[in-house]
Design a protein around this ligand. Structure first.
Ligand SMILES: Cc1ncc(C[n+]2csc(CCOP(=O)(O)OP(=O)(O)O)c2C)c(N)n1
Ligand SMILES: CC(=O)[C@@H](O)[C@H](O)COP(=O)(O)O
Ligand SMILES: [Mg+2]
Length: 682
């Protein structure tokens, strides 16, 4: 990108960190960085790049986005005075450089690891961190409120909000800009980090407008004439910046008819080479002194200076989830069959059979697998940008138009579209299928990424059906069942990572799969989705201790399958197990159904306690949450009075006279002896 100025890119020279003083090691706090002489900054930028590649290649993480904001973050912290001035990062995945400059370099060996540095800003980690939410497009709203508070309290401090071009495709950003533009007194600097990409190239009119400002050939020609006019090798900084400013004004008026931000009444500075520290500091200084809200439009390159990221056409190494080879950028983990891949494969199969099936993604085609459909049927996939609310209602429009949309969105990101699913889809009885990947505890991305809310939040929607497949076969089957529903929303939810080992059913009653029978009817263990694996392992432990455990998979967790009621009535205890919050979750819903049916059984609902659970690996978090097979078995022993606490075993009330009629037996599609339960893949 620095070629934009004809200045050799600040691409990472073979920075031998030993050749020059280890500047990063000297930065124990932000003041240490601010004390560095300005001529040391290019060296520091190189060292930070080499440092990040070295560390993140071992831990996994957002290497691409962070290599794109090295100079940008340095310039911000040189011109502004955190934490008096508040620096906010939209999405926060690009805050590693900020963490290095605020004295946390030592923590990168434990990046995204349990009890280690988080991959996002964290108030517990630093006074320089404010917004912890990893959901995109929130920073400008935070900044709007924060700046208004500063004004109202008479505090002389700036708010600096760093927002990516991808995040700018989110509606909240425009709601915030509409408010910010109305206040000429807000000491607010919005730094648009424009690298032209979310994961893939950023879509939409906004993106093409941004790039027109950046890549217009006349712009380049005019810049060449400016460079000649200066008669020297391009020198960045104030003289060139001023000259360019005049040029840009001329060009913008000529070639960029509708200058988006200034038309909003916002002061616009840029575009600035986002890898030229001097130009950036000059632009930020200008913005700081402006006094009101200003947009500084920085042009950056995702993965800048690290060839494997720059060359990665998919997503510039946006977020390798685990360790990768620093030489090649290739992840080292052996590739197991993932839930995402199974979904993508079945989606393409269905789309070949049904031409009404179309796909929607919110700027995450590859992470959700929708890209497979796009390769096969490019005209039947719509990338709406980071705009999940729009995705849901646009899907409603597609359904109104006679299509059956499949909106593939990470569970946590659909939270923000609850109203759209409720009213725009469900109230209109439209067949839209939402496929929620990363449902349940994910791990390294921490609490705002945990897909633990969907079963509780969306189950309240009248007419909705929520499927939680337990393995590949049921994912394929339940996904197709959802596609056959055309009078309301359906959800298919599955966790991150490797797909669970097949768990064939012994029999199926009214849609509920029986996975294991005990020799007695002590416990009905109802396991949702991938937790069937944990449930089978727990059942084995309990069987060895003399319990009779029946393990069933409801397949659809909303509405609660009626067949579960008579099954519960035939057992002494009922236990539910779900990879979601307990409050309002599946267990709660089943307990209510049992109460309403007069079936009084001790019930234990095992799941995620609502809260902000820290980051770590999925396995570590599940252990912390007592959701491992051993913990499940212990909880059941405890319920049945034979746990480690050994309370008396209560006499059970008889099953009610009017026990619900025994559901008729239907042939389970996959009938076989239960397999020995495998441990859930990590
Ligand atoms: C609401 C929401 N949807 C999706 C995501 C997943 N996501 C994380 S980063 C990213 C791309 C962000 O692009 P941009 O804002 O341009 O930042 P860059 O990575 O280019 O620095 C996406 C889609 C998210 N964090 N939040
Ligand atoms: C920042 C963000 O929201 C995404 O990049 C997310 O971190 C990806 O998660 P996965 O690694 O599970 O795809
Ligand atoms: Mg971007």
């Amino acid at each position: 990108m620095s070629a934009w100025l004809g200045i050799d890119s600040l691409a990472m020279k073979p920075a031998d960190a030993t050749a020059t003083p280890d500047l990063i090691g000297k930065i124990k706090e932000l003041a240490d960085f601010k004390r560095l002489p300005v001529e040391a900054l290019p060296d520091l930028a190189d060292q930070i790049r080499a440092f990040l590649v070295s560390k993140v290649s071992r831990t996994g993480g957002h290497i691409g986005p962070n290599l794109g904001v090295v100079e940008l973050t340095m310039a911000i912290h040189r011109i502004f005075d955190s934490p008096t001035d508040r620096v906010i990062f939209d999405t926060g995945h690009q805050s590693y450089v900020h963490k290095v400059l605020t004295g946390r370099g030592d923590g990168f060996d434990q990046l995204r690891k349990r009890d280690g540095l988080t991959g996002y800003p964290s108030q517990a980690e630093s006074e320089h961190d404010f917004v912890e939410n990893s959901h995109a497009s929130t920073a400008l709203s935070y900044a709007d409120g924060l700046a208004k508070a500063h004004v109202l309290r008479g505090e002389k401090r700036h708010v600096v909000a760093v927002v990516g071009d991808g995040a700018l495709t989110g509606g909240m950003c425009w709601e915030a800009l509409n408010n910010i533009a109305a206040r000429k007194d807000l000491p607010l600097v919005i730094v648009v980090n424009d690298n032209g990409r979310s994961y893939a190239p950023t879509i939409g009119g906004l993106a093409s407008h941004l790039s027109s400002l950046r890549l217009n050939p006349s712009y380049e020609k005019m810049l060449d004439s400016v460079r000649e006019a200066l008669g020297r090798t391009p020198v960045v900084g104030p003289p060139l910046f001023e000259a360019m400013h005049a040029v840009k004004r001329g060009i913008k008026d000529a070639v960029a008819p509708q200058v988006m931000f200034e038309d909003l009444g916002l002061k616009y500075v840029g575009p600035v080479d986002g890898h030229d520290i001097d130009a950036l500091m000059s632009a930020l200084e200008k913005a700081k002194n402006f006094g009101g809200p200003v947009i500084v439009h920085a042009i950056t390159k995702k993965g800048n200076g690290y060839q494997p990221a720059e060359d990665d056409v998919d997503d510039c190494l946006h977020s390798p989830s685990s360790a990768f080879d620093p030489e090649t950028g290739k992840t080292l983990a052996k590739s197991a069959k993932k839930w995402t891949g199974v979904f993508a494969d079945e989606l393409v199969k269905v789309a070949e059979e049904r031409d009404d099936v179309v796909g929607i993604t919110a700027a995450m085609a590859i992470p959700t697998g929708i890209d497979k459909l796009a390769h096969r049927f490019p005209e039947r996939v719509f990338d709406v940008g980071i705009a999940e609310q729009h995705a849901a209602t646009s899907a409603a429009g597609l359904a109104l138009g006679g299509l059956h949309p499949v909106a593939a969105i990470y569970s946590t990101f659909l939270n923000r579209a609850f109203d759209q699913v409720l009213l725009d889809v469900a109230m209109h009885k439209l067949g839209v299928t939402f496929v929620l990947d990363r449902a349940g505890i994910t791990g390294p991305d921490g609490p705002s990424h945990y897909g633990i809310w969907d079963m509780a939040v969306f189950r309240v929607i009248p007419g909705i059906r929520i499927a939680a497949p337990r393995d590949e076969a049921t994912l394929r089957e339940e996904f197709r069942e959802c596609l056959d529903v055309n009078d309301g929303p359906t959800i298919v939810r599955f966790p991150t990572g490797a797909v669970a080992a097949d768990l064939p059913a012994i029999e199926r009653f009214d849609g509920v799969d029986v996975l294991a029978h005990g020799n007695r009817r002590d416990v009905l263990l109802v396991a949702c989705g991938a937790f069937a694996t944990n449930a089978m392992a727990a059942a084995e432990l309990l069987t060895e201790q003399g319990f009779g455990v029946t393990v069933v998979d409801p397949r659809f967790v909303a509405p609660v399958p009626a067949a579960l009621l008579p099954m519960a009535a035939e057992h002494r205890y009922v236990v539910t197990l779900e990879d979601g919050v307990r409050t309002g979750g599946f267990g709660d819903a089943l307990a209510k159904e049992l109460r309403d049916a007069g079936i009084d059984r001790p019930l234990r609902d095992l799941g995620v306690t609502p809260g902000w659970h820290p980051h770590g690996s999925r396995a570590e978090l599940l252990a912390d949450l007592d959701l491992t097979p051993e913990a499940v078995a212990e909880a059941i022993r405890d319920l049945a009075g034979r746990g480690s606490r050994q309370p008396e075993q209560p006499e059970l009330p008889l099953a009610p006279k009017q026990a619900a009629a025994k559901p008729e037996k239907t042939e389970a599609k996959t009938v076989a002896k239960p397999v020995k339960a495998a441990k859930e893949p990590a």
